[in-house]
Design a protein. Structure first.
Length: 427
């Protein structure tokens, strides 16, 4: 016998009590999805992070790197010659070369990390104290003069016992000096290196929370990146994956996970000559990272190559750099590290080529989706979001012009952002 409710002339078999039990059972799931998996916030993600030792940072550094990159380009015969050397299609190269040249002149560095860790070493407390305060003052000066990259911050020493107190002190000095000498830059980024346990991330969340309270900052203002440089963060002693627990361990605090190529590889006893962003151990770690942060809004960055485009190896290093960048992009890693000014030309050539090559197809499929036009590929809403995100990234990094997208899709950047991140419309 069918029981239940009658509504609109249609009889259902399940009772209100049945439905209430389902709702009760899924309360925790609903809360988890809402809090742990909010999705990307739609803000810009830089295509790279540049690392410089703290004592070498000056407000003019970004401009100096741009000039050095352009000098290397001129010495190599121009961006067209480099594009041909790294294997770009001539048509794509013609489209991206003017944009890359403009980028190197206007915004050569998107994200800058002032390094107090491996790139800096142990110089004694008095020296590091002075450098931390000086770095903060220079960041404020750079922002005031218009020299600062869109994203800038520090990497302090790790939370392992020998360096924990020093790392926290440097972080405190830097943030305090920023607040006292002009305020935090909008694109402030803090990087916690060599993380091996969830507890270290929880401790970092406590530290930044305490700094917020001390300086009267809004709750959640200080977020941080986690560097994945130890195998213990990928597979813990209990057989679980600590990296997958980070989003819940520090809700809303973690902005990104960055893969550390050489520390991670060395921890697994990979011989130095084979340590690389494309080694199988690197791919496994990065795939786990990718799974761990899917839907959380935490972003990903690949690591670096230490083969620098200097001297006789310049052309070889440029080819390697461009290939590795393309490889990362194809695997969904839209950010990486750069360690030398001469890596900037291939960073932007490879990145811009990737988006210029993919945008015609992505825009076409997106246009068919928006217009409900049948095509060779039937895309679902999730794929449409991915297509919009791809096009949006191309616009944000400068590979594609906003006017091109408006002409092609008939929607502006704001509409494209909402298409890529529909949850923003509800916020």
């Amino acid at each position: 016998m069918v029981t239940g409710n009658i509504s609109g002339g249609v009889r259902t078999a399940l009772s209100a009590a049945d439905l209430a039990r389902v709702e009760e059972r899924l309360v925790a799931t609903d809360e988890l999805l809402a809090t742990a998996y909010p999705g990307d916030d739609g803000s810009r993600q830089p295509v790279h992070t540049v690392y410089v030792p703290a004592d070498r940072y000056t407000p003019e550094l970004s401009t100096m790197w741009g000039r050095a990159a352009l000098a290397a380009v001129e010495e190599a015969g121009g961006l067209e010659a480099i594009a041909a050397s790294v294997g770009l299609d001539s048509g794509i190269a013609a489209a991206v070369v003017p944009r890359v040249r403009d980028k190197l002149e206007r915004e050569p560095i998107e994200d800058l990390r002032i390094d107090f860790e491996d790139g800096y070493g142990d110089r004694g407390d008095d020296v590091e104290d002075a450098d931390a305060v000086r770095a903060a003052k220079r960041v404020v000066a750079a922002a005031g003069a218009g020299f600062a990259p869109p994203f800038i911050g520090i990497r302090f020493k790790c939370f392992e016992a020998p360096t924990r107190a020093r790392g926290i002190r440097t972080l405190d000095l830097f943030v305090t000096a920023l607040v006292e000498h002009g305020g935090l830059p909008d694109g402030l980024v803090l990087t916690l290196p060599k993380v091996s346990t969830v507890a270290q991330v929880e401790a970092m969340a406590e530290v930044v929370g305490a700094l917020e309270r001390a300086h009267g900052l809004p709750d959640g203002r200080l977020r941080f990146e986690v560097q994945v440089e130890t195998p213990q963060l990928i597979l813990g002693a209990d057989g679980t994956s600590p990296v997958a627990q980070l989003a819940l361990a520090a809700p809303g605090r973690i902005s990104a996970l960055h893969y550390g190529t050489y520390d991670y590889s060395a921890s697994l006893q990979i011989a130095a000559r084979y340590q690389s962003m494309e080694h199988p151990v690197a791919d496994l770690a990065k795939e786990v990272m990718q799974l761990a942060v899917a839907g959380t809004g935490i972003r990903l960055s690949d690591g670096s190559t230490n083969i620098l485009p200097i001297g006789d190896r310049t052309e070889e290093a440029w080819r390697l750099h461009a290939r590795l960048i393309r490889r990362s992009l194809e695997r969904g890693y839209y950010q990486g590290w750069d360690l030398h000014a001469h890596q900037l030309p291939t960073r932007y050539l490879a990145t811009y080529a990737f988006f210029r090559e993919g945008c015609p197809e992505a825009s076409g499929r997106l246009r068919n989706y928006l217009e409900r036009t049948p095509g060779a590929v039937l895309d679902e809403p999730a794929t449409a979001r991915a297509l919009a995100d791809f096009v949006l990234r191309g616009v944000e990094c400068g590979a594609v012009g906003e006017r091109e997208i408006v002409a092609d899709l008939g929607i502006d950047r704001r509409a494209l952002t909402l298409l890529a991140h529909p949850k923003l419309a509800k916020g």
